[in-house]
Write a protein that binds this ligand. Structure first.
Ligand code: FAD
Length: 502
């Protein structure tokens, strides 16, 4: 009997572990619901609801193929050990997982168990993240090679055993409080395929232009992120669908060809970023907990500014664009990249909060929470990588640029529903119409300057540069495009100034 352990790969197509195990003969298809994982501070009710959607659909697809999913609740090692006692287990199959610190430690325990039980644990890859990578040279080339390999087909039929299922716990019994995600995305392979198709053929045409504004991004971005995070579709399937679509663009009408080409190019690049950022956590798991660059270790006090943190968390900072984005995120589980960056930057710079507590708050709110991307981005937007330029977003300017008419703000901040457009980005200039909406909790310009004045001098120190050079060697992208060559030239200058662009 081969055990296929489903983790963050809740699909049947392009599933190396499933296909390779099935080729050996009988399979037991296992999902382990680990209550301790769900008690970690980065997990939330919305993740659990999405997971449940995925498990229901996965089970019905596997049942059709001949062997339903066996659900067990408990500690992974205990579950595997009890199965070993019950079955003649010849092998354990699961995809390599680059997830949070808790799953990293759990996998070490499973590895020990497998060694002691003399059961080979096969861990094929399911994305472009490379384990035990010595450095980043040639990484992008290897990523393209992995993405260009044929996808694994859905097994035509499965043979094996199904054991009695444990009962799936309720969210409440796992300690997951209701978190107000009233407009949540639905999980499951079927929804992933629908999103991919509609993005590639309808919604994605103006992706490049519309991705930055939350007014348009909800429709114009692919919205595949939670599906990639839970593995209802593989990144290779998405990459190959984009390649296929790109080859087909020549049949588009004259006026739309270039829009589609630009959209597909930008989108495909982001699929690579997905793995590029996850690779950082794979190579250095400590970045979930510690500053990438040690120069920033004592810069912010983790316990300070609690009232600012509360205002930021709930969307009551008095800065309409910040609050609208936070409230939209609470209700939908998603916000676009630029607004995520702005939220994080505002917490780290203007509110001068240590990134760890805000990062956990966002992790719980993002249905697509993917630790490798998340912590790398959080640190980038907080200025603690030491290798990226410091970018402090001005929330008033972002509001004017990305929501010029204030539609998004009015949608999410009902208090400002009647605020005229000319005041919507700075409502404190029209106090009589604020309708209970708070005034700004900080002087934005002064807070921005104060943050910059604390950080820039650090970057000039020799020791800063020395450590930054090591971080570049370990983590920075090597891809050579015209844009990259330009960035490299800028980098050279930046390095001499003690900072580096991505
Ligand atoms: C502070 C911060 C935290 C973030 N945390 C996460 C997270 O936990 N999970 C997550 O999936 N993304 C995260 N992102 C990256 C990005 O915002 C989301 O991937 C994107 O908004 C998801 O929406 P989409 O699927 O419609 O993206 P699309 O624009 O349609 O892109 C398609 C896919 O490309 C990948 N991608 C897109 N942008 C990026 C990026 N900047 N970096 C890495 N991969 C990218 C994602 O897998 C995404 O699903 C974070 C960004 C910031 C600034």
């Amino acid at each position: 009997m081969q055990i296929v352990w489903f983790k963050r790969d809740l699909r049947v197509s392009d599933h190396a572990a499933l296909m390779l195990a099935a080729q050996q003969g009988q399979v037991l298809l296992l999902y382990i619901l680990e209550p301790e994982l769900w008690q970690q501070p980065d997990l939330s009710n919305r993740h659990y609801l999405f997971l449940k959607d995925c498990l229901y659909e996965l089970n019905s697809a596997l049942t059709t193929l001949g062997v339903p999913l066996t659900l067990r609740v408990g500690d992974a090692v205990s579950v595997l050990e009890s199965l070993r006692k019950e079955l003649d287990v010849k092998g354990l199959w699961s995809h390599q997982e680059t997830w949070n610190g808790w799953t990293f430690e759990r996998d070490k325990r499973v590895k020990n168990w497998a060694l002691q039980a003399d059961i080979p644990w096969h861990e094929p890859t399911q994305n472009g993240v490379i384990r035990r990578l010595s450095d980043r040279d040639g990484w992008a080339k290897r990523w393209y090679q992995i993405m260009s390999k044929p996808c694994y087909a859905i097994p035509s039929a499965l043979v094996g055993r199904h054991l009695e299922n444990d009962t799936l716990p309720t969210a409440e019994s796992l300690g997951l409080a209701e978190d107000g995600c009233e407009q949540r995305q639905l999980g499951g392979m079927h929804h992933a395929q629908q999103l991919l198709d509609s993005f590639l053929h309808q919604r994605g045409m103006i992706y490049t232009k519309e991705m930055s504004s939350p007014v348009t991004a909800f429709d114009s971005c692919s919205r595949l992120s939670p599906h990639l995070a839970f593995g209802t579709v593989s990144i290779r399937e998405v990459f190959q669908a984009v390649e296929f679509r790109t080859a087909d663009i020549k049949h588009e009408a004259y006026g739309t060809k270039s829009l589609w080409r630009s959209a597909m190019r930008s989108f495909s690049g982001r699929l690579r970023w997905h793995c590029h950022f996850m690779q950082k956590l794979e190579d250095e798991p400590r970045i979930e907990f510690e500053n990438m660059h040690s120069a920033y270790n004592d810069v912010r006090d983790p316990d300070s500014n609690q009232s600012y943190f509360e205002a930021w968390k709930t969307g009551h900072t008095g800065f309409p664009m910040i609050d609208a984005c936070m409230r939209a995120l609470i209700a939908t589980g998603w916000i676009n990249f630029r607004m995520r960056a702005m939220l994080m930057s505002f917490a780290s710079y203007q509110l001068w909060l240590d990134w760890r507590a805000p990062a956990l708050h966002l992790a719980r709110l993002f249905t697509d929470y993917e630790p490798g991307i998340h912590y790398s981005q959080v640190q980038m937007q907080s200025g603690t990588t030491g290798i990226n330029s410091i970018r402090i977003y001005n929330p008033i300017k972002q509001g004017i640029d990305q929501d010029p008419n204030g539609d998004f703000i009015r949608q999410w901040i009902p208090e400002l529903a009647n605020m005229p457009t000319q005041y919507i980005h700075q409502p404190w200039t029209r106090p009589s119409l604020m309708n209970g909406y708070p005034g700004p909790i900080v002087d934005e310009a002064m807070a921005r300057k104060a943050a910059a004045s604390q950080l820039y001098p650090l970057r000039k120190a020799t020791y800063h540069r020395q450590e930054a050079e090591k971080i570049v060697k370990k983590h920075a992208s090597r891809k050579q495009s015209a844009a990259k060559r330009k960035a490299k030239a800028e980098t050279k200058t930046a390095l001499t100034q003690g900072e580096l662009l991505f």
